[in-house]
Write a protein that binds this ligand. Sequence first.
Ligand SMILES: NC(=O)c1ccc[n+]([C@@H]2O[C@H](COP(=O)([O-])OP(=O)(O)OC[C@H]3O[C@@H](n4cnc5c(N)ncnc54)[C@H](OP(=O)(O)O)[C@@H]3O)[C@@H](O)[C@H]2O)c1
Length: 326
Amino acid sequence: MRILLTTVACERYWSWLARPGVEPITVGQDGGLALSDGTTVDHEDADPEVAWGTSDLYLAGAPLRPFFELVSSCITIRWFQSAGAGFDGPVFARLAGRGVRISNAHANSIPIAEFIMRSVLDHFQRADLWRGAQSENRWSKHDYREVFGSTWLILGLGGIGSAVAERARAFGATTIGCRRRPSASDPTDRTVIPDQLPGVIGLADVVVLALPANPDTARFVDAPFLAAMRPGSILVNVGRGSLVDEAALLTALDRGVPERAVLDVFATEPLPAGHPLWRHPAVVVTPHNAAGGVGRYERQAQLFAENLDRYLSGEALLSDITALVT
Ligand SMILES: NC(=O)c1ccc[n+]([C@@H]2O[C@H](COP(=O)([O-])OP(=O)(O)OC[C@H]3O[C@@H](n4cnc5c(N)ncnc54)[C@H](OP(=O)(O)O)[C@@H]3O)[C@@H](O)[C@H]2O)c1
């Protein structure tokens, strides 16, 4: 059985994955395929049964396109292990339509939660003032807002939302989660369903978007949502660009509420040059990079190694999302 993966992932993690009867087929930076003895293979003769998408595919110069072209077109693939949590990309529906099993990963929740804490602390503490003063050798003090005692509204309480809620609570914040099916084990002070949002949006100093892209979440944050936000509040979107009506957000920012938008994801990615979000003074743009913590590679490999054993022994996969992909 052949496993398709990048050369980078193979070099780092094949020692975790080697099993009798299993061999790697690697995609190099130039998109070429090779077996472990260095023999090159044409795409038509690759015949992988399993494909493992890893986060290194999304770095500059990586063979993202050839990897996913092969995954999309190769009829021998029976299982695809994704690097991320989201499954809104067209490749997922294509694979599910061919009966391919799909599992996702939540290895990114930790760095994303850390990214959110840093973003909020940076804004609350007005770290820009210190950076500006230092650049001018100026000794200048200012008061700043504390996370302690603030209220956070966290939309989506899965891997990311839960990790954020745990950290915000550790800082002494009050947390309100939002999801369709609240659970007694949600790590929040309280959890509401989407219909109850109008009653809580105005309570939040920090609104975090950690929802998946699906038909129900498109433009979740629209003009009425933004109008209900509290003066001085901050909006952080690490979910998907489709969650936010970007034109309505720009209008709201021009009016001053929310006070800041930290956006890691956009309706169009990469964010086009000249887009008004690049230059709005109340917007922080990051290039879909909130998940960039280096620990994610090992967490993805641990999950894949565990799932590989399960696949080979016919057991249920962890994070099997096949039934959710439409
Ligand atoms: N910026 C990045 O680099 C990055 C990295 C990883 C993931 N992401 C994005 O973040 C999303 C969330 O990731 P995750 O790992 O936290 O996913 P997850 O574990 O699947 O959690 C999704 C959460 O959203 C809730 N939800 C889904 N649809 C909803 C709706 N219509 N209304 C209200 N709540 C809804 C779910 O709860 P219920 O089922 O109870 O509603 C669940 O709590 C991913 O789908 C992906 O798009 C971005």
